[in-house]
Design a protein around this ligand. Structure first.
Ligand SMILES: [Zn+2]
Length: 150
């Protein structure tokens, strides 16, 4: 995978204390940035989730939520119709430059499958490492810069 942050900074392994919800930051209110979604269609993600799969998942999830179901229920509803979403991130690594966390990389399992996506994100606003290690920043605005099927 492309580890282009690491050439100018360092990496911090976040252990089990940090969570990462990719759909929350990425498809907030189910608005999809198509340039970002297109990362799923790159050759190195062949066999993984596609941009069409992401759009289908978010659309069905939103539809189910519009009927009063929770986001988790919508998430499972979309999967039941053949459009699995991404679970919580694991194996999270923070990219640090000059004492600031500029992004994280994490593994996301495609719901109900054995497919794992390794997704690198960048925060809109870098977070001081000292704060990052104390609090949960899973909801901090971030956007994906690299997607690779493991
Ligand atoms: Zn979902």
């Amino acid at each position: 995978m492309v580890e282009w942050y690491h050439s100018r900074g360092s990496a911090v392994n976040c252990g089990g204390n940090h969570k990462m919800q990719i759909e929350k930051g990425w498809a907030t209110r189910h608005t999809i940035n198509f340039d970002q979604a297109a990362l799923f269609d790159s050759p190195k993600n062949a066999g993984g989730m596609t941009s069409a799969g992401l759009v289908g998942h978010e659309t069905l999830e939103a539809y189910d939520e519009s009927k009063g179901y929770s986001r988790d229920e919508g998430h499972n509803y979309a999967a039941s119709l053949g459009f699995p979403g991404l679970g919580s991130g694991s194996s999270i690594t923070a990219q640090v430059q000059g004492g600031m966390v500029i992004g994280v990389t994490a593994n996301f399992q495609l719901q109900g499958t054995s497919t794992t996506e390794r997704i690198q994100t960048r925060y809109l606003t870098p977070i001081p490492l000292s704060e990052f290690l104390k609090k949960d920043f899973s909801g901090a605005p971030a956007y994906p810069v690299d997607v690779e099927k493991k």
